[in-house]
Design a binder for this molecule. Structure first.
Ligand SMILES: [Zn+2]
Length: 319
């Protein structure tokens, strides 16, 4: 049993140009560090793959997909009110992020892989009918819908430690009791998108099925580890059949656009615990998505730590 890692131009193309916080050099920074640590020798390398419109429309509305395709062809303007520029080919690039996450889910379910990691993925701000915060298509939401529709998974868990609240996933499933949702993020009073308050636990029938943990600005590893225990107890009780892990690295100290102060140890801790949790509940089925992270050294450190913990666990699970 092994861990799949997706790298290649297909993922690199989802970026907003050189010099942008979400630039193409993010993937390069991670990949250089992964090779330096010899992680490329401990995982199975896989090529990114695209997907079709039918899969995308499991989460997004038809009208919104039409709009992304149209602006992607034009290559100008914005997909939202100003955060997410429509570069030429943005639809194809985002569809490749989505397809790669879906491929990772397929290979984990088939047993070919124990876990998988997709560094450029986790576009968690896109809503069902709109773009937001650098996110054109919500690969996380599409993966959740696909795990249900294609693989019959009922209890999918989505765990997010990016500094920003995963609002596209939260509001996309706010009234859906089957989605197990845990999100530790910087308190919305201090950071975009301003949501994810502790009282947001789901709506209607889904009330109590979502756990939002807002962290005060400047929170470090100690506070993260303490709150993690609550997140883990909640996940254990929910007995997931599949775990999607959004390991955004913008929650590390030194990120240019957020105010949390974790180190890569927080990401390593979460990854190690989620691997163990996945072994307890669902034969190790865990797919991680890189998410945010705009300080290149930070994202390289956090994402390689996650990948290292996954490779170590898969090795032990096999032994
Ligand atoms: Zn973020």
């Amino acid at each position: 049993m092994t861990v799949g890692l997706y790298v290649g131009d297909g993922l690199r193309r989802y970026a907003f140009g050189d010099g942008h916080p979400f630039g193409p050099d993010r993937l390069d920074a991670f990949w250089t560090e992964a090779q330096k640590q010899g992680l490329d020798q401990r995982v199975t390398l896989l090529e990114p793959v695209s997907t079709d419109r039918a899969a995308i429309e499991r989460f997004h509305t038809k009208d919104y997909v039409d709009l992304v395709i149209e602006r992607s062809g034009a290559g100008t303007g914005f997909l939202d009110y100003g955060d997410t520029p429509a570069f030429a080919g943005v639809y194809e690039a985002a569809a490749c992020v989505v397809g790669t996450v879906l491929d990772a889910c397929d290979r984990v379910i088939s047993g070919e892989l124990r876990h998988a990691f997709v560094p450029i993925a986790g576009l968690h701000h896109a809503q069902r009918n709109s773009a937001s915060g650098f996110c054109a298509l919500n690969d996380c939401g599409i993966a959740i819908e696909t795990l249900r529709a294609k693989h019959g998974m009922e209890r999918v868990a989505y765990v997010d430690i990016d500094a920003h609240h995963g609002d596209g996933v939260y509001y996309g499933f706010e009234d859906d009791p089957a989605l197990i949702f845990v999100d530790l993020h910087e308190d919305g009073r201090f950071l975009y998108p301003g949501t994810g308050h502790a009282h947001e636990t789901g709506r209607g029938e889904a009330k109590g099925t979502k756990l939002n943990i807002p962290m005060p600005p400047e929170s470090g590893d100690a506070h993260f580890m303490q709150e993690w225990e609550r997140a883990e107890a909640y996940l254990d009780a929910a007995r997931p059949e599949f775990i999607l892990f959004h390991c955004g690295a913008d929650s590390l100290a030194g990120d240019p656009i957020t105010h949390l102060r974790y180190s890569a140890a927080a990401h390593g801790h979460a990854a190690e615990r989620l691997c163990a949790l996945a072994e307890r509940h669902c034969q190790g089925r865990l797919v991680a998505m890189g998410g945010g992270g705009y300080n290149r050294a930070n994202l390289a450190a956090a994402w390689t730590r996650v990948l290292d913990r996954m490779a170590e666990n898969a090795n032990q699970a096999t032994a």
